[in-house]
Design a protein around this ligand. Structure first.
Ligand code: TNX
Length: 526
């Protein structure tokens, strides 16, 4: 694309103001409208800024519980730092912050919103609650970073004047947390959910089982959790979620408009299950628990009926805990399962997922079998993946299989940034911040139709990670970039302007207690 055409597109997308200008505030001290992550689809700056004061009320539609809940959420974010009462009221006439659900604004879709800021009010209009919630995230980012503080700060609390009209490029914008290699408590998962919500991520993929640990209680096979969940990489105590705890995670995620996508990885990555129940093994002998980090050595016994009884029970119980649409069945790295057995297994398991009303998601090896109608394949290849493997996934996409794009050498948040990164792995290479951002999910997989791409994911594998601070160091600053690839129009994509907006997020992470990697590629101090 020529530079002039590129610039014209940026202006057409309404983000000319995001250009290469230095990271200075607008004349009235407010963050320039739209200078947020992910970049909004359309920004029309103008008019005077709105100021949140001690008198500000949050006005919601009295008919909507969702709008009231989102108003309460916004008040909870802003009360500690501003010190204001910010009452949520259903008296929806008057000045202040207004959250409106509009049946007629269908063009805003399931997740879009319009934010209008004037001297008297900030109004967020959406067609659906998720859009209101995303609009609230935009409002948060337009306020000074210290608005995120949990102690009282001094204002002024200005929101630049103008209008943002915004809706996502993709409906599937996911982050994965591997709670198997190391177990993460409910509170740690909630903390991550809050961070994902700030960047408009709408799926939390939980990798609930692997060789090192089974993390979800299944009543019909209780030893999966009590024994199979009793350790982790390195031999620590591990853990598992009771059904009540898991429902708590699902509910919390839903309150932040994230859908939980649970994964039971099969037929390999199953040592924790095989260790818990001898009958799942072809030789009837249970292996010991495993606390190392090798992959691909375990396999369910494909030719035993009990295997499918087991899968049926697990999928039934997990589906019952899952209000969301998707259930992920893994299917990666089945190195100790023959190709024939793998195909048999995946083709038998997919209808079980469908029987319990869920849509299949699998790692892209699923395309070696026959993806069921409506299935999504999660592409995790890298530049070096063979042309044949890429072609196989592309062929499935041409046949109607949807794609979630999560290239290991772009979006794997567990990859080291450089050789000096103290945490993480390097099998897919080093992934610095620019590399993780500077690509296009729409044309990433050669031969796959753009329409097959449903979205992106940033997986966080946890072989080397067990604490929130470690997860955050690997996620920030790469996660916001993947979130932007999922949300923002391709026409806004530009590393040179993105890196400036990204740098402007850092004071917000400081206020939130997120210790991020200070990549030399990002101009942190303007
Ligand atoms: C590959 S990506 C895996 C995981 C590892 C990860 C580490 C994929 C589907 N499988 O088993 O944890 O690499 O980066």
């Amino acid at each position: 694309m020529g530079a002039l055409v590129g610039a014209a597109l940026l202006v057409a997308a309404g983000i000319g103001a995001l250009g290469t200008a230095p990271a200075t505030a607008a004349p009235d001290g407010a963050t320039p409208l739209g200078r947020i992550v992910p970049a909004p689809a359309k920004v029309t700056p103008g008019g005077s800024a709105y100021e949140i004061t001690a008198k500000t009320r949050i006005r919601v539609d009295d008919a909507s519980k969702d709008a009231r809940r989102i108003g309460g959420y916004l008040a909870d974010v802003l009360r500690p730092s501003t010190g204001y009462r910010l009452p949520v009221t259903d008296d929806d006439a008057g000045d202040g912050i207004r959250l409106e659900l509009s049946a007629k604004d269908k063009a805003l879709g399931a997740e879009g919103y319009r934010l209008t800021s004037t001297g008297r009010s900030v109004t967020i209009v959406a067609h659906a609650p998720a859009g209101l919630f995303h609009g609230v995230q935009t409002l948060r980012q337009q306020l000074p970073a210290k608005a995120e503080s949990d102690s009282r700060q001094s204002g002024p609390w200005l929101v630049a004047g103008g209008t943002v009209e915004d809706s996502p490029r993709y409906g599937y914008r996911s982050a994965m947390l591997d709670v198997s290699r190391h177990f993460f408590s409910v509170d740690k998962v909630k903390r991550y959910i809050d961070q994902l919500a700030l960047y408009k991520i709408n799926k939390l993929h939980l990798h609930l089982s692997d060789d090192q640990g089974w993390r979800i209680a299944i009543d019909s096979w209780p030893r999966l959790a009590t024994y199979g969940g009793s350790t982790q990489v390195g031999g620590g105590a591990g853990g598992h979620y009771t059904k009540a705890q898991y429902k708590d995670i699902v509910r919390y995620a839903a309150s932040r408009y994230l859908e939980v996508v649970p994964e039971i990885d099969m037929p390999s990555h199953t040592n924790a299950a095989l260790a818990s129940y001898a009958e799942l093994n072809c030789d009837g002998v249970a292996p010991p628990l495993y606390t190392g980090t090798e992959v691909g050595f375990s396999s369910l016994c494909v030719n035993k009926q009990v295997t499918y009884d087991f899968v049926d029970d697990v999928v039934r119980e997990l589906a019952a805990l899952t209000p969301g649409k998707y259930l992920h069945i893994g299917g990666d790295e089945a190195h100790s399962t023959s190709h024939e057995d793998y195909v048999t297994f995946m083709n038998r398991v997919q209808p079980i997922v469908a029987k319990y009303g869920k849509t299949v998601v699998g790692w892209h090896q699923l395309t070696e079998a026959t993806p069921i109608k409506g299935a999504l394949a999660q592409y995790w290849g890298l530049d070096g993946t063979s042309a044949a493997e890429k072609a196989q996934v592309a062929a499935a996409a041409k046949n109607g299989t949807g794609l979630v794009i999560s290239p290991a050498d772009r979006t794997y948040l567990d990859m080291k940034y450089t050789k000096d990164t103290p945490l993480g792995l390097a099998w897919a290479g080093y992934v610095e911040v620019q590399r993780s951002y500077d690509w296009d999910p729409g044309n990433y997989l050669p031969g796959a139709p753009a329409a097959a791409v449903k979205g992106v994911e940033a997986p966080m594998w946890s072989e080397t990670l067990s604490e929130s601070a470690q997860v955050e160091y690997m996620a920030f600053p790469r996660l916001p970039g993947v979130a932007e690839l999922g949300w923002s129009p391709a026409a806004t994509h530009d590393w040179n302007t993105y890196k400036v907006r990204l740098a402007e997020q850092a004071p917000r992470w400081d206020a939130l207690g997120i210790a991020y990697y200070k990549s030399p590629q990002v101009p942190w101090n303007g």
